[in-house]
Design a protein around this ligand. Structure first.
Ligand code: ATP
Ligand code: MG
Length: 285
């Protein structure tokens, strides 16, 4: 990517001027040691594609946002994470994706230890991540965003573009349009498409329906279901808790950096405590 100028051709003051480039890795503690290779197989982890076990993690030394937070996802599962604002949902995804330092606990991927493994190494291992914000490069076209998605293996582009185009046909039709000029829902499609370009087997999605109209939210949920049905294990954080619990196999309610409730989507949606404490205020479908 050297010599690549994402601002090229954008005059100052242009409405598509991104201002600042999105920084996906702002929370990384650059001084902390990160791991560049997955560790050995951990005994007893064989059942899980992804397992976050008793994590403590945070942004500043000595201040943990996650405190004993755990999550499992089995092959092909669709797993949801809900909870109030500030509960640590995004932090959990970022901790599993090597963007927040895990200070204790362990993360495994298909049985191998990946605690504090670098995000680029996780992408190589088949993990895709769509952050909650700043998840497209606004000055790049849709097609270029997809190219960025497979920069680790550019040869994949043509084949993967066709796959992603089958899921998001309008994005393929408008491939030369700048992502910055798209609507919120369209940007989410680009962000998901970008993450799918490396053909991940596990996809971490942070609030893909946030800020969208109910109709567009529905479209996102249908897309997520479709991606999962194609065999991708999905972990999705959602602000639309009620809708999320309808589509997931299992869900986690996080509160104050730890697990509050866990169960199937149906169990959680019908649990009086979950309804009283979390769905009343969160379920604004
Ligand atoms: N980059 C950061 N630096 C320092 N603290 C942060 C950072 N990002 C999040 N936090 C803090 O971590 C806590 C959990 O934030 P997080 O973003 O994980 O919550 P969330 O459950 O995703 O909330 P929301 O539903 O609003 O997205 C909050 O108190 C937040 O202020
Ligand atoms: Mg969040």
């Amino acid at each position: 990517m050297s010599g690549f100028d994402p601002y090229a051709g954008i005059p100052p003051g242009d409405e598509n001027d991104p201002g600042e480039l999105p920084v996906f890795a702002e929370e990384i503690d650059l001084n902390a040691e990160q791991v560049s290779q997955p560790g050995p197989i951990v005994a007893g982890e064989g059942d899980y594609v992804l397992h976050a076990d008793d994590l403590a993690a945070g942004y500043f030394p000595g201040v943990n946002i996650l405190n004993g937070c755990s999550l499992t996802a089995k092959d092909g599962e669709l797993v949801g994470i809900i909870g109030p604002n500030g509960a640590g949902k995004s932090t959990l995804l970022k901790a599993m994706f090597g963007l927040v330092r895990v200070t204790s606990g362990r993360v495994t991927l298909r049985g191998r230890e990946i605690t504090n493994l670098r995000a680029d190494a996780l992408v190589k291992e088949g993990v895709g991540f769509v952050p909650q914000t700043n998840n497209v490069f606004p000055s790049l076209t849709i097609e270029e965003n997809f190219q960025v998605g497979c920069y680790q293996n550019p040869k994949l582009f043509t084949e993967q573009f066709d796959r992603v185009a089958a899921i998001f046909p309008t994005m393929a039709e408008r491939r030369k349009q700048r992502a910055g000029s798209l609507s919120g829902g369209e940007r989410q499609m680009v962000a998901m498409g970008r993450a799918l370009m490396m053909n991940p087997s596990v996809l971490l999605l942070d609030e893909p329906s946030a800020g969208l109209s109910p109709a567009l939210q529905d479209e996102v949920f249908v897309n997520v279901k479709g991606i999962n049905a194609a065999g991708v294990t999905v972990v999705i954080v959602e602000q639309n808790a009620a809708r999320c619990l309808q589509i997931v196999d299992r869900g986690y309610v996080l509160d104050q950096g730890t697990n509050a409730y866990t169960g199937t989507g149906r169990e959680l949606a019908n649990d009086p405590k979950v309804i009283e404490l979390y769905l009343g205020t969160l379920a604004q479908a």
